[in-house]
Ligand binder design. Structure first.
Ligand code: CUA
Length: 343
């Protein structure tokens, strides 16, 4: 009877699990084989779960304590070598088989990229991604990822501060962004559209906000969009007071990785800097009425006043220590000039 219950429950469980729509749409070349692997895991593991649960519930019911048995000991059992050998060998074979399948699958879908494959540098920083790639129109760095459809791409993933994890659920694979090393993976986007880019490693207070998008475009549209972005990046910076401006802009777009000062542009949109992130408020909009002193106060004391719709504790409150006074002054001057359209 136990066997019959297990078989029926397994069949029902497998049908139920396979019928559920677990994953987002398949957006890359590696999505289908990974989803198939999941199906195999379901077919193998559901019967084990069902059989163990059925055996446990049956035993609880069958050998429960009855009235008058309170002081009785169970029968003296000293183990069964035969049983132990079986329950060691069977799981070992199952795990070894699934591990081999997974390893072969991973090698298969991650075979070395062909020469000339597009490389995208993915940089994680608390709490945003930026994406860099070479295009026909020049290098492009953007807060939004663009990819041409049906063209293989290799991601070089890095972190400027703590461990993040680069994940596009529609593409399936994910990889940690680890400070000091470069991790990689390869795939080919196979579906037009915009998909979520998510950080899948708890990386601090703003972890939940570390979400951006990837847009997969036709080759022609991709060329047009990248040419536009490359032109933006090449636009001349505000001229006056060149050296201070250079430092200010550098602090804004790159921060100070040596001290852990996060780039403002990683979270804020500011037209003059060409940044488009939306984790924090748009600086062109919120700083219109602020002077240099006000901007400085907001940088070193970010939790004092919060723009409606945003939360406390997201913006790092350590700029007074992670940037030198001259760096902060240059940064404030740069932001002040940028949002008020001077220089
Ligand atoms: Cu970066 Cu979570």
């Amino acid at each position: 009877m136990l066997l019959a219950i297990s078989v029926v429950a397994s069949v029902v469980g497998i049908i139920f699990m396979l019928a559920l729509d677990w994953f987002p749409e398949q957006g890359s070349s590696i999505a289908a084989p990974i989803d198939t692997f999941w199906d195999v895991l379901v077919v193998v593991s559901v019967p084990i779960f069902v059989a163990v649960t059925a055996m446990m519930l049956f035993s609880i019911w069958r050998w429960r304590q009855r009235p008058g048995e309170e002081d009785l000991d169970g029968p003296p059992i000293h183990g069964s070598t035969k049983l132990e050998v079986i329950w060691t060998i069977v799981p070992t074979v199952i795990i070894a088989a699934l591990t081999t399948y997974a390893a072969i699958l991973l090698v298969d879908i991650q075979s070395a990229p062909a020469k000339g494959t597009r490389v995208v540098n993915v940089n994680g920083v608390q709490f945003a991604w930026d994406f860099e790639t070479k295009t026909a129109a020049g290098p492009v760095k953007s807060a939004k990822l663009y990819l041409p459809i049906n063209e293989p791409v290799k991601f070089n993933v890095r972190s400027a501060d703590v461990i993040h994890d680069f994940w596009v659920p529609a593409f399936r694979l994910k990889v940690d962004a680890v400070p000091g090393i470069t991790t990689t993976y390869n795939l080919t986007p196979t579906k037009l559209g915009t998909f979520e880019v998510v950080c899948a490693e708890l990386c601090g207070l703003g972890h939940a906000y570390m979400r951006q998008t990837v847009t997969v475009l036709t080759a022609e549209r991709y060329a047009t969009v990248m040419a536009g972005l490359a032109k933006q990046a090449g636009a001349p910076a505000p001229a006056a007071g060149a050296s201070t401006d250079a430092v200010g802009k550098q602090m804004f777009v790159a921060g100070n990785p040596a001290t852990g000062a996060t780039a403002c542009g990683a979270c804020h949109t500011m037209k003059a800097a060409g940044t488009t992130a939306t984790t924090g408020p748009n600086l062109d909009e919120i700083l219109q009425a602020d002077d240099a002193a006000g901007i400085m106060e907001m940088i070193v004391n970010p939790n004092k006043e919060i723009v409606a719709g945003y939360s406390k504790g997201i913006m790092p409150a350590n700029y007074a220590t992670t940037m030198t006074k001259p760096q902060l002054d240059a940064l404030v001057k740069y932001i002040d000039q940028s949002v008020h359209g001077e220089g």
